[in-house]
Ligand binder design. Sequence first.
Ligand SMILES: [Zn+2]
Ligand SMILES: [Zn+2]
Ligand SMILES: [Zn+2]
Length: 367
Amino acid sequence: MSSSDLHDLVALPDAHKERLALDLLAELGATNIQRRGTELIHGCLVCPHHTDQARNPTASLNWDRWLYNCFSGSGGTALWLIATVQDTTVEQARAWLTGQAGLNRAMELPDLLNLFDSIYTPTRPEPLPRYADQVLTPWQGIPDYILGERQIPQANASRAGICSSPPGRDREGNYMGRRAVIPHRWNGNLVGWQSRRLERDGTPKYLNTPGFPKDSTLYNPFPEVTGRCLVMVESPMSVLRHGLAIPMRATFGAEITDRQLDLVPPWAETLIWWLDNDTAGWNATESRFTERGHYLEGIAEKTSRRHNVLVVDSPYAADPADLDTPSAEALIHQAAVPWPVWQRPAQLFCHRCHRHAHPGQPCHPPA
Ligand SMILES: [Zn+2]
Ligand SMILES: [Zn+2]
Ligand SMILES: [Zn+2]
């Protein structure tokens, strides 16, 4: 589509935009819809805790900005709304809108997608989703998996709001077992959560809420813990285990964006990178030449202009979350080296028995 086509769409008459929004809400099963300016007031489709949406609808869809808002604190983009109601992802919501094109329809929902993409661009990013705190309150306590297998201290888990979602059924009616829930707060808002499978129910090991902002935020459940050194890791599990003892943030994986690097707090005089000890972690950390001869700056070098940057030179075939906190502290203070001299390890060792790493095999003799 050319940019002049896009311009035509943005210039769609208001009545057409409102019609699109009414179509969308009808498709999603909204009731009690009332027109008010650029908003369509209706019964909330998102929060499970409402009781009287028939008489007092608390949600609205703005058809000028394509934003959904509920007075109780939940909200996000129209794509987030579709994904949340249909229990899919934002990508699947896009596909669903595209599939709604049809000659039998007076209005075409794909128009909505074009409108949306003309409003929100990489330089004008869409607002983050947010959820009312009450969404998580009815859920059950901290699962044994977190306290036992993952060795996360009780105080850390409760401070971070870890809970578990009850078993239920997915959109297709398949059984979904309990899941450990890791809430993610950003600027005071609950912006989503990750969940970890607790039963062998055939579901993915980790799931994220729709539009989970893993590219534009850092996991930081203990903002009160600060210091001159800040450790950067991939996984929320690492922060949960060590984050009350060691200032630590997680990037949600080894694909780290410049937007995330901009969020590293300036008080961190020394920034210590400790990604997972695997190829993805090493590739993200180190600067190198690509096969075509381009210089690719790693995260260590990128952040070295604002911080004194160290990289943990861990000999272990283990992620930070696998080590107890004293061992993690020892590595941070004794094995972190200035970023230009860090090299990916030639050999990895088992953190339990200190022999050569033996992935998938038990320690022998047992450690
Ligand atoms: Zn609501
Ligand atoms: Zn330190
Ligand atoms: Zn071992």
